[in-house]
Design a protein around this ligand. Sequence first.
Ligand SMILES: *Cc1c(COP(=O)(O)O)cnc(C)c1O
Length: 361
Amino acid sequence: MTERIFNFSSGPAVLPLPVLVQVQRDLVALPGIGMSVMEISHRSVPFEAIIGKAEADIRTLANVPDGYRILFLQGGASLQFSMVPLNLLTEGRTADYLMTGTWADKAVKEARRVGTVHETGSTAADGYNRIPTDAECTFTPGAAYVHMTSNNTIEGTQWQRLPGADDGPLVSDASSDIFSRPIDISKYGLIYAGAQKNLGPSGVTLVIIREDLLGRSSPSLHTMLSYAIQAENGSLYNTPPVFGVYVLGLVIEWLLALGGLPAIAAINERKAGKLYAELDRTGFWRPTAQKDSRSRMNVTFRLATEELEKAFVKESTAAGFDGLKGHRSVGGMRASIYNAFPEDGVDRLIEFMRDFEGRNG
Ligand SMILES: *Cc1c(COP(=O)(O)O)cnc(C)c1O
């Protein structure tokens, strides 16, 4: 097999090696089917089994209660920025948006095109380096919904509690930390995630929606944009992203075999814990997120000068690490260590960091 390097990409991101190996092995012909998953009808018995198992495994993995529907859509998390308000922000109501980063900014922009929006809890003045406290957030009584971004991929912050909203269903953009730790689905009205960070390849978007919210989808909504129609048709109104659903299903199987969400959460805590401990060890490194807001998925940090940061990115690439450059909008460095990122890669990065500090500190 071709040598794999340590891939810190923020997305599309590293996939579990056993999943890639299985995809490669079964790509030309699914066992017992004799055709590739990409070549069979989405209405065939084998594909129905694939999508059915993916859904059942998600229900097991995340303890999804009865009364929730699981959808496999397209258009990425970005289309959900539109679909959420188009379906849920009904006439005369207000949607609350928790403003915690670049992706929340993009989400609220689409909601504004649809209806009335109340932005709250913004930490923009601090460069989005933290999650707001409850005291900083105000919620609209009877809000259509409250939108949060559970993990802020670019700024490296993550909610470690649920926001204090007690009115209006919680809608969470969980694109970059879905299934990285246990989650109480019953606390949410809707959860969405583009697959390409923690679930599989790009092209498929997972939506978990409480059934009563389907009643809000107006019959005048365009068919493909309606949660109600997508749910009625079991995500098969049109051709779904068959390959993406298949790989996503394998990733869920991999998570279950690992011991489920408590097991992956323990691994993620250990990986992030080591890396933050190294960043805190001396003043050489400058982790950017405030301590109580730190993401377990995207670890963001800077160095004293941009020259040093450039040298770090260049030398780390030469040393066999990829994707450590921070998002172009914020600069610095970012180590994305999603579920599938191997712990060994974190250990190797820390070794490299010590060496780099020794030479430049
Ligand atoms: C990557 C990302 C998005 C955008 O996802 P697409 O699938 O590319 O549209 C939205 N929200 C968050 C939190 C993300 O990390």
